[in-house]
Design a binder for this molecule. Structure first.
Ligand code: SF4
Length: 319
């Protein structure tokens, strides 16, 4: 079998505080195949964006990577030096941030911002850079005649698509999308996610798609990883997780979001709130909110275990 594009094993990230380290990502392991979309979901503060930042080694202090391995195209991202990382970032792995549309330079024309990205990493003539910028704008559905426009002259959706064009400029094999549509209305969000799916099929890059919207993620992704309180709760094919989620937390998340397709259903929120990562509960971290919890859940932490080919969950009662 071909090697995965990315293989993360036992990744740990700590926030160093005066009262000792707080573990924000705890022994997380997953693979990402070439050309696949892996959706990563969970509530705010569960560690999903921290994983992405750890992979690109752009964690803001006081966060530190405290363990694990992340093999990407055969090299451990966590062990590369700064020069090696600089070579790899954007060329092989790029990222669209939550607020990418607000990160554009307001006084530089949009086409020039794409050309700057190209020139920062490759030796290209002005003519080739201009042609490539036009191609990329067209690729993300922005009329190339807007190449000399400024960011404020574009709609929010167009600015976010421009962020995607810049992320694709150097043809990376992995694009990390961190809540790429959070600031957009649902119509524009749907349009952008459809566009990402089309581009991904056309260009063949893999995507790590981070979102708190499980329903939307299931619609877009091939496989999904659900995080809870710094740990992986469930990992499996999107269609299977949608049809038969194995972890009570995933089940709760699915009940809390309206289905994108299908009839009307009554929504129900998960009672309580995620635990403090500085003082997580013993046993299963979800037990204070889990209606299925039994005595064992309060004392023994469940490990992620395989329940079907490619489908795992960290729950004592998952069958
Ligand atoms: Fe609920 Fe127990 Fe499963 Fe945790 S291990 S999710 S508390 S049933």
């Amino acid at each position: 079998m071909a090697e995965p594009l990315l293989s993360v094993r036992d990744l740990c990230v700590d926030y160093v505080t005066d009262r000792g380290p707080v573990r924000a990502v705890d022994r997380v392991s997953f693979d990402l195949e070439r050309g696949e979309i892996l959706g990563v979901a969970g509530e705010s503060g569960c560690g999903k964006s921290t994983v992405a930042q750890a992979l690109l080694r752009i964690l803001p202090p006081p966060a530190v990577i405290s363990g694990g391995q992340a093999l990407f195209e055969g090299r451990d991202l966590l062990a590369l030096d700064e020069d090696e990382l600089r070579e790899l970032r954007w060329q092989r792995i790029s990222m669209v941030f939550q607020s990418a549309m607000d990160a554009l330079n307001p006084v530089i024309p949009v086409g020039e911002q794409i050309r700057d990205t190209l020139r920062a990493h490759r030796r290209v003539s002005n003519r080739a850079a201009r042609a490539r910028a036009g191609e990329l704008l067209e690729l993300v559905g922005i009329p190339p005649d807007l190449t000399d426009a400024y960011a404020h002259q574009l709609s929010g959706g167009m600015r976010q698509r421009l962020g995607i064009a810049i992320a694709l400029a150097l043809e990376p094999s992995l694009v990390i999308l961190d809540e790429p549509t959070t600031a957009l209305d649902v119509i524009v969000e749907r349009e952008i996610l459809g566009h990402i799916r089309t581009l991904q099929r056309q260009l063949g890059f893999a995507v790590l798609f981070i979102t708190h919207d499980l329903a939307r993620m299931l619609q877009v992704s091939d496989r999904v990883a659900v995080f809870y309180a710094a740990r992986l709760a469930e990992l499996g094919p999107a269609a299977e997780v949608r049809r038969a989620p194995r972890h009570p937390y995933t089940q709760g998340l699915l009940r809390a979001f309206p289905a994108v397709h299908g009839g009307t259903v009554e929504l129900a929120s998960i009672p309580g709130a995620p635990p403090s990562l500085g003082d997580p509960p013993p046993g299963c971290r979800f037990h204070p909110r889990c209606e299925l919890a039994v005595e064992r859940c309060r004392r023994e932490e469940p490990e992620l275990r395989r329940l079907a080919p490619g489908h795992s969950a960290a729950c004592h009662l998952a069958e």
